[in-house]
Design a protein around this ligand. Structure first.
Ligand code: NAP
Length: 251
C-alpha cells in the first residue's frame, strides 16, 4: 500500500475497489468525505490510481488490487482491515469487452466473468466478514440494468452482472441484522469511458448522476437504487416482453 496521506489520523476509512472507476470516483465526490476520513483507491495500476486521486482534490491512499487474482482477495482484505476495517467499501471494478472480441478469444470472456462477478464475490465475502465481526459497515455494489435480462449483443457481460446482482441480494439478506448494510446500485447506460463509442440507450445517465443518487441512497435506508429512478419501471417492462420480440428489439 502506498500512503499519500498527510494530516490527522483517520477516524474512518472508505475503500474504492476499482480506484479509477468514473462511477466510483463520482460516488466519492458526491459523498465528499471529511478530511478525517481515509480514502483508499485500490486497483491494478499505481500511476492511474494516483491520477484518479488528484481528481478528488484530497489526500488518498493507493493500494494494489487485481480483481482477477481471486486467490489474493482474503489476504488483501486482511491487510487493509489490519489498519482499520473500512466503514464503506464501493465495489466498482468492471470491464465491458465487445462480444465479437470475446468470441474470437474466449479467455477474454473468462476475464470478463472474473472481473465483473467472481472477483466481487471473493472480495466482498472477505470484507463483509471483517465488517460483520466488527458489527458495522456498508458495501456498495455496482450492478447494472444489464442484470435484468440478457441481450444477444452482450450475453457474457449480462450473465456476469446477473450473477453479481443475485449474489448481492442474497449476501445483503445474509448480512441483515448484523450491522452491515449492502446497497445494490443498478445504473442504466452511463456515458463514459466504459461505453465510449456506443450509442446511448434510453434513459442514459452520467457518472455524476450515479454518484449523487448513491450518496442520497446512502443517507437513507434503501437497499436498491436505480439510476435514473424511472429505469425501475422500464426494467419491469423489459422482463415482460416476450422473448421473440426481445430478440428483435434488444440492442
Ligand atoms: N458505464 C456504464 O454504462 C455502467 C452501467 C452500469 C453499471 N456499470 C458498472 O459500474 C462499475 C463502474 O463502471 P465505470 O463506468 O466507472 O467504468 P470504468 O471507469 O471503466 O471503471 C472500471 C474500473 O474497473 C477497474 N478494473 C478493471 N479490471 C480490473 C482488474 N482486473 N482489477 C482491478 N480493477 C480492474 C478499472 O481499473 P483500470 O484503471 O486498471 O482499468 C476501473 O477502475 C462497473 O462494475 C460497471 O460494470 C457501468
Amino acid at each position: 500500500m502506498t500512503n499519500h496521506r498527510a494530516g490527522p489520523i483517520p477516524r474512518s476509512r472508505v475503500l474504492l475497489l476499482g480506484g479509477t472507476s468514473e462511477i466510483g470516483l463520482a460516488i466519492l465526490a458526491a459523498l465528499d468525505p471529511g478530511a478525517d476520513v481515509e480514502v483508499i483507491l485500490a486497483g491494478r495500476d499505481g500511476q492511474r490510481l494516483a491520477a484518479a486521486g488528484k481528481t478528488l482534490h484530497r489526500p488518498v491512499t493507493v493500494a494494489r488490487y487485481d480483481a482477477m487474482d481471486t486467490a489474493s482477495h482474503q489476504a488483501f482484505a486482511d491487510e487493509i482491515c489490519a489498519g482499520g476495517v473500512p466503514d464503506l467499501v464501493i465495489a466498482a471494478t468492471g470491464i465491458l469487452i465487445p462480444q465479437e472480441q470475446a468470441e474470437r478469444d474466449v479467455r477474454l470472456a473468462a476475464g470478463m466473468i472474473e472481473t465483473n462477478f467472481t472477483g466481487h464475490v471473493t472480495a466482498l465475502l472477505a470484507f463483509g466478514g471483517h465488517m460483520r465481526q466488527r458489527g458495522s459497515g456498508t458495501i456498495v455494489v455496482l450492478s447494472s440494468v444489464a442484470a435484468v435480462r440478457p441481450r444477444k449483443f452482450n450475453p457474457v457481460y449480462g450473465a456476469a452482472k446477473a450473477g453479481l446482482d443475485a449474489f448481492a441480494r442474497g449476501f445483503a439478506d445474509e448480512l441483515h441484522g448484523t450491522g452491515v448494510r449492502l446497497l445494490l446500485v443498478r445504473p442504466g447506460f452511463v456515458t463514459g469511458r466504459m461505453t465510449e463509442g456506443m450509442d446511448p440507450a434510453p434513459l442514459a445517465t452520467t457518472p455524476r448522476a450515479v454518484g449523487i443518487a448513491v450518496a442520497a441512497a446512502l443517507r437513507g435506508k434503501k437497499s436498491t437504487v436505480w439510476v435514473p429512478a424511472p429505469l425501475a419501471g422500464l426494467a419491469t417492462a423489459m422482463r415482460l416482453i416476450p422473448r421473440p420480440v426481445w430478440r428483435k428489439i434488444s440492442r
